[in-house]
Design a protein around this ligand. Structure first.
Ligand SMILES: C[S@@+](CC[C@H](N)C(=O)[O-])C[C@H]1O[C@@H](n2cnc3c(N)ncnc32)[C@H](O)[C@@H]1O
Length: 233
């Protein structure tokens, strides 16, 4: 375990329960470890003033990448309920769980191996509900997602990413809730230019009545990806 005492860790100016060190335009991110001494994906653990932190790597998490890129963005608020589509083995889910504490993360994953790892990785985290389900068919996990959510976060490598997001919002997003949508252009169309693909997906959201509040290029951390933050008008 490393000591952070030399690094000067401080609270993030906007995001509750998120911590950073270094310059505001290029910070390192940290979350307080919900389960002390437990690592999820080989991340580095540090102690600072007797509290254990996990470093959150923007190369491993698109949510971390947007928070590093845009320090003013408010995508996580105290007590939020999240529907997380494409949870994989829980890299990002675990950091969200560190931050939200009393919130809930309904975590959907359709690959058997990943859901098994997700269940193992998050067994002690009371705010994570792993759900073996396919994001293309939101009605099928209705009995597990027992309330409307404040945020839908989607990171699935599928050809019809905007449609999947819209369908899930129709089922589960509360009025005025937020959609955070990672778009991987190569999953949609491997021949067209990324910009063309992004434009098409944005248009689909706008046609369905969403206002795009932010359009964040995260190519520096994840090749051919942008993240859209949208709200229904
Ligand atoms: C890029 S990974 C997600 C990484 C994860 N968001 C993180 O940051 O820790 C994409 C995940 O989406 C899952 N996925 C793809 N299509 C899906 C679908 N239709 N329903 C549920 N999960 C899906 C894949 O199995 C994979 O685990």
């Amino acid at each position: 375990m490393l000591e952070l005492s030399e690094i000067n860790i401080r609270e993030h100016p906007k995001v509750y329960n998120l911590y950073l060190s270094g310059p505001i335009d290029q910070p390192k991110l940290f979350t307080k470890n919900y389960i002390p001494e437990k690592k999820i994906y080989g991340e580095r653990l540090y102690t600072y003033n007797g509290v254990e932190f996990r470093e959150w790597d923007p190369h491993r998490s698109k949510l971390a990448a947007i928070l590093v890129n845009n320090p003013n963005i408010e995508v996580i608020r105290k007590g939020d309920r999240y529907l997380y589509l494409g949870a994989a083995s829980g890299t990002t889910v675990s950091h969200l769980s560190d931050i939200l504490r009393r919130g809930i993360i309904f975590s959907i994953e359709f690959a058997e191996r990943s859901i098994r790892q997700l269940i193992q990785n998050t067994a002690e985290r009371k705010n994570v509900i792993p759900i073996f389900g396919d994001a293309r068919f939101p009605a099928e996990y209705g009995k597990f997602v027992f309330s409307e959510v404040d945020v839908i976060y989607q990171d699935v490598a599928q050809p019809n990413q905007a449609e999947i997001a819209i369908k899930n919002c129709n089922y589960y997003l509360k009025e005025d809730g937020l959609l955070v949508l990672a778009i991987k252009s190569q999953s949609i169309d491997s021949i067209s230019k990324s910009e063309t693909v992004y434009k098409q997906e944005k248009q689909k959201l706008e046609d369905a009545g969403y206002f795009i509040e932010e359009d964040i290029n995260i190519h520096k951390y994840a090749a051919n990806h942008i993240v859209l933050i949208a709200r229904k008008r």
